[in-house]
Design a binder for this molecule. Structure first.
Ligand SMILES: Cc1ncc(C[n+]2csc(CCOP(=O)(O)OP(=O)(O)O)c2C)c(N)n1
Length: 553
């Protein structure tokens, strides 16, 4: 991390963790403050995860194996798999639980209630003071005393769960009292075996607007650091997430069987209004994607109509549940797959680059990709009318601004829509949101343009008919080229024994890093300029080949 050295003298003096260890404890609070300022500065211009970073700017570092986990992240099954493993190991592992009582929205679930209950008691506050004193004297403390302390903790303190799993629970401690925290970490270094240190922090700490509204400030876009005004992206209309949220409310108002499920993504998925209007049919299952999907399967098996709102990247975690619990049973679960394609400012981990590739091979699934907002609503409705699982995958942000009709009409399943008949012999097959960019190119090249709508089932009749009357095909999608919708076209042509030049445009075989959605699209060659350059270059080559072949014949 580098910053101008006059603004962050301590931070700039650190090259590696060893430098940090050499820094006197007395300087750590100032370092934490510099870190905050650095975060405010960098996130305010580029956007990104924010409030949690502020709250953890004081967590220390030492030479043991240290894992830091949030109370939200602790709701994931994977965390318990790891704790279950760790508790049985002799390793000198320190798990630091950074508990700010928040996931992105309020943390939910039995575990979170358990902490809250345990932490609110008077007995507990008293014991906590005692526990702190005792730890200061470690390791001089007698084994007997340690045992009785643990026993006491086990009865009333939030540590019982961890203790039973074989971790020594210590805490909770104030994560913003750096001196005490460092002392604590030093003492902990002397303990053997797996330890869990419960640290309480405040999300957004040190930046007033974020402390006041940690939900909004979990991951703001660019903002003005002084006023705390978040700079809104220019919008042409509702985001796809909002179109989804409105659709779900409309459906729920008309059909009492509709259930909305989110794995801890109420705000991002557009479910705030639904959660308020239909609290008894709204389920935030915490960061538990696998459970979200199997829970939906269970509800669907009993005649309810669950809708799982999930980001493309997070569905990756529930792949087996999707195959075994939903698709294999052919259960009518609707998946509203948000952030499909390139997401921009959440970075490489959040890109929705792979869903078409990993979904297309699953039997029973219907997969749709809307090209605009109204089509998104109609596709969601179509999905809800089917007797098996269906997925509508839509991108981050706003569409082209097509008015969304209140009326809902089911689309014919597996039917594409010809948008333009061209005379040049070139056909562009667009899957989803890139249709708009493809339209201009089609006009310029006098190409046929098709809004494919369905990735599965593919409109095979139409594609084969187009292949018969065109000389080359280009597929366009916002998904990895490998295994995506273009691959489906290639498979179809090959199976039919048709040899036709096919250019598949999509996300190249590389991870796309943090940026704006526009810069991500440009990096993948999928912005208007990139698409038209690739298509024009390729089409010029094909035309040459075709002319040569015709001349030679
Ligand atoms: C598998 C997965 N699901 C959902 C998310 C979205 N997400 C990012 S941070 C977050 C909340 C995490 O809460 P916590 O672990 O308590 O950390 P905090 O931000 O409060 O420090 C969620 C749900 C994610 N990043 N990964």
């Amino acid at each position: 991390m580098t910053g101008p050295s006059d603004k962050h003298p301590l931070l700039s003096s650190l090259e590696d963790p060893a430098d940090l260890r050499r820094l006197p404890v007395a300087k750590l609070p100032a370092l934490a403050e510099e870190l905050r300022q650095f975060l405010i500065q960098s996130v305010s211009t580029r956007g990104g995860h924010f409030a949690a970073g502020l709250g953890t700017a004081q967590l220390g570092e030492n030479r043991r194996i240290v894992a830091v986990i949030g109370d939200g992240a602790l709701t994931a099954g994977l965390a318990f798999e790891a704790l279950n493993h760790a508790g049985s190991l002799p390793a000198n592992l320190l798990v630091i639980l950074n508990d700010n009582n928040m996931s992105i929205s309020e943390n939910v679930g039995a575990l979170s209630n358990y902490f809250a209950r345990a932490l609110s008691g008077d007995v507990y506050a008293h014991l906590r003071q005692g526990g702190k004193k005792m730890l200061r004297q470690m390791p001089a403390v007698q084994e007997l005393a340690r045992r009785s302390e643990q026993h006491l903790k086990g009865m009333v303190l939030p540590g019982a769960l961890f203790e039973e799993m074989g971790l020594n629970y210590i805490g909770p401690v104030d994560g913003h009292d750096i001196k005490a925290l460092v002392r604590m970490l030093r003492n902990l270094r002397k303990l053997r075996g797996p330890q869990l240190l419960h640290v309480l922090t405040r999300k957004g700490k040190g930046y007033a607007p974020a402390e006041a509204d940690p939900i909004t400030w979990h991951g703001p876009g660019p903002f003005e650091p002084v006023s705390g005004r978040i700079l809104k992206e220019k919008s042409t209309g509702p985001t796809y997430s909002q179109v989804f949220g409105q659709w779900l409310c409309d459906m729920a108002a008309a059909d009492p069987r509709i259930i909305g499920i989110t794995p801890a993504m109420r705000e991002g998925s557009g479910l705030v209004e639904f959660s308020r209007r239909f609290p008894e049919r709204y389920f935030d299952v915490a960061i538990a994607e696998q459970h979200a999907v199997t829970f939906a399967a269970g509800l669907a098996s009993q005649g309810l109509k669950p809708v799982v709102a999930i980001y493309s990247t997070f569905l990756q975690r529930a792949y087996d549940q999707l195959i075994h619990d939903v698709a294999l049973q052919n259960l009518p679960v609707v998946f509203a797959l948000d952030r499909a394609g390139l997401v921009g400012s959440d970075g490489a981990t959040h890109q929705g680059s792979y869903d078409l590739s990993f979904l297309r091979c699953i039997p029973n699934l219907v997969i749709m990709a809307p090209a605009e907002e109204n089509e998104c609503r109609q596709m969601l409705y179509t999905a809800s009318t089917l007797n098996g699982p269906a997925i509508v995958r839509y991108p981050r942000g706003c569409g082209p601004g097509v008015p969304v009709a209140a009326q809902m009409t089911a689309l014919p399943v597996g039917r594409a829509q010809i948008r333009r008949e061209g005379g040049s012999g070139l056909a562009l097959l667009a899957f989803g949101a890139l249709l708009e960019a493809a339209h201009k190119i089609a006009e310029r090249l006098d190409a046929t343009l098709v809004n494919m709508r369905f990735v599965k089932p593919l409109d095979e009749d139409l594609v084969l008919a187009l292949a018969a009357r065109h000389r080359a095909i280009v597929s366009i999608e916002e998904n990895a080229i490998a295994g995506g919708a273009g691959s489906a076209i290639g498979e179809l042509l090959t199976a039919a024994g048709i040899q036709l030049p096919l250019l598949r445009l999509g996300i190249p075989d590389q991870f796309i890093e943090h940026g704006s959605r526009e810069s991500n699209l440009a990096a993948a060659g999928l912005d208007a300029a990139g698409l038209s350059a690739s298509i024009e270059r390729w089409w010029a080559l094909q035309s040459q080949e075709l002319r040569r072949a015709a001349g030679g014949a």
